[in-house]
Design a protein around this ligand. Structure first.
Ligand code: AMP
Length: 427
């Protein structure tokens, strides 16, 4: 097959029907679970004022290198816009704009855009689901958010997920820790990778995120933020851990876990899929962002949330060999040998009765139509030839079992088909 002129842009892909069922399954599972946890859905724009995302941190790659930006076309209202690289900032902007009653428990799902170097499990357009609790400081809220993500992985059947937990303290603690870390890392600068030496000057905390071989030893011996937490923050974290223990959610303490975005305070967490390669094994993460809403022009309000990457979660499901979103076959395929208008009427009637039905077009031969019927994997074929039409009957043929067929009155088709399908599923 020759290559077509246009391909999906680099870092994006088409999810074709064979695969789309598992996406719907994963997204529906999340929606159903989040609603059961008492969260309401927010559907926000895919692009925002660039300023909304600049609050994510001046030194994060997401802001400096990966944003898809463009300008509003109206010269009277020049405005820098950006495709959303994540949804927490949009949700906080929406909160500041609408000022709903707190705690505001919301969930979302949709594509995000980051100009990243594409590789396995890393795309320029990818889908996240997420949830946030805004306006609540209770450690039980942190535990609930984490448990929603955990129960979601469980609901898909994933068994090899690790939850890592850390506390990043408040802004003040982070300031002190940043200085301490900076002087420790500076003393080792000669042995650090060139990349980390660069990061060190911009944001020492982010060096802890490096996966480069030459940095690992130095990172392992770095001071941890735990030594600097205020009693209040340390207590908060301990209570979150206790709550998780009380509902049997396992986790590991990861004192050097920092997250990609700068806005996190206190509780931070990440989920990794043990069956995926380390470079793309992060399947979700989140934390508290107690200063973000104020930065976006809202009242001082605490918040906590997470985002999970559906692209990678589906890869993790494959790696664990899970049955991904079983597809329900069509109930029937209508083979019309009388011109096509019988197929139009029969499919319409059956579909109106809740059945899954398809047909072919173009008035093809019986052989050609039966071939399409077989390929459709429908359970039954409904055949209408001249003789059937004359007697006001149809032939119902079993396509999956023994291939038997019977003539039935056209008027009792719906009832007969439903009875046959029920018989099939109860076998
Ligand atoms: P973040 O918003 O960076 O905390 O990412 C949350 C989750 O989104 C990650 O754990 C990944 O599962 C997923 N994710 C982030 N960036 C990408 C990407 N470029 N391609 C696919 N998934 C991604």
């Amino acid at each position: 097959m020759s290559k077509s002129r246009y391909q999906a842009p680099r870092g994006t892909r088409d999810i074709l029907p064979e695969e789309a069922g598992r996406w719907r399954w994963a997204l529906d599972s999340f929606a159903e679970l989040a609603e059961r946890f008492g969260y309401g859905q927010v559907i926000s724009p895919m692009f925002e004022d660039l300023g909304v995302f600049l609050r994510l941190g001046e030194n994060t790659d997401v802001v400096t290198k990966e944003m898809f930006t463009f300008q509003d076309k109206d010269p009277k209202t020049p405005q820098d816009l950006a495709l959303r690289p994540e949804l927490t900032a949009s949700i906080c902007r929406a909160f500041a704009q609408h000022r709903p009653i707190t705690p505001w428990k919301v969930w979302y799902a949709g594509p995000q855009f980051r100009y990243e170097k594409p590789q396995a499990g890393r795309f320029r357009q990818f889908v996240q689901v997420g949830a946030e609790i805004i306006g609540e400081n209770d450690p039980a809220a942190d535990a609930e958010i984490i448990s929603l993500a955990w129960r979601f992985y469980e609901s898909l059947g994933l068994k090899h997920i690790t939850l890592q937990m850390n506390s990043l303290g408040d802004a003040e603690t982070r300031g002190v820790y940043n200085q301490e870390l900076h002087s420790y890392l500076s003393s080792k600068a000669e042995s650090l990778s060139a990349n980390s030496r660069d990061t060190l000057e911009k944001n020492p905390l982010r060096v802890l995120d490096s996966k480069r071989e030459e940095d690992l030893e130095i990172i392992r011996a770095a001071p941890t933020i735990q030594e600097f937490l205020t009693t209040e923050d340390a207590n908060h974290f301990e209570l979150v851990c206790e709550e998780l223990n009380s509902v049997g959610i396992p986790f590991v303490l990861s004192p050097r876990l920092v997250r990609g975005l700068d806005y996190y305070t206190r509780t931070t967490f990440e989920f990794t899929a043990d069956k995926l390669q380390t470079a793309q094994n992060a399947v979700g993460g989140g934390g508290r962002y107690d200063g973000l809403i104020e930065e976006l022009g809202g009242p001082p309000t605490q918040g906590i949330g997470f985002a999970l990457g559906i692209d990678r979660i589906l890869l993790a499901c494959e790696a664990e060999e899970l049955d991904l979103g079983p597809i329900k076959p069509l109930d029937a395929f209508v083979v019309d040998l009388t011109g096509g208008s019988q197929a139009t009427q029969i499919t319409d009637e059956l579909r109106a009765n809740g059945l899954g039905v398809d047909r072919s077009f173009g008035n093809r031969s019986i052989k050609a139509q039966m071939k399409v019927a077989d390929r459709s994997e429908a359970l039954f074929a409904i055949i209408v030839g001249d003789d059937e039409l004359e007697k006001n009957e149809v032939t119902l043929r079993d396509l999956r079992g023994d291939g038997s067929q019977e003539r039935i009155p056209r008027t009792s088709l719906v009832a007969a088909l439903i009875a046959s399908i029920e018989g099939r599923y109860s076998e």
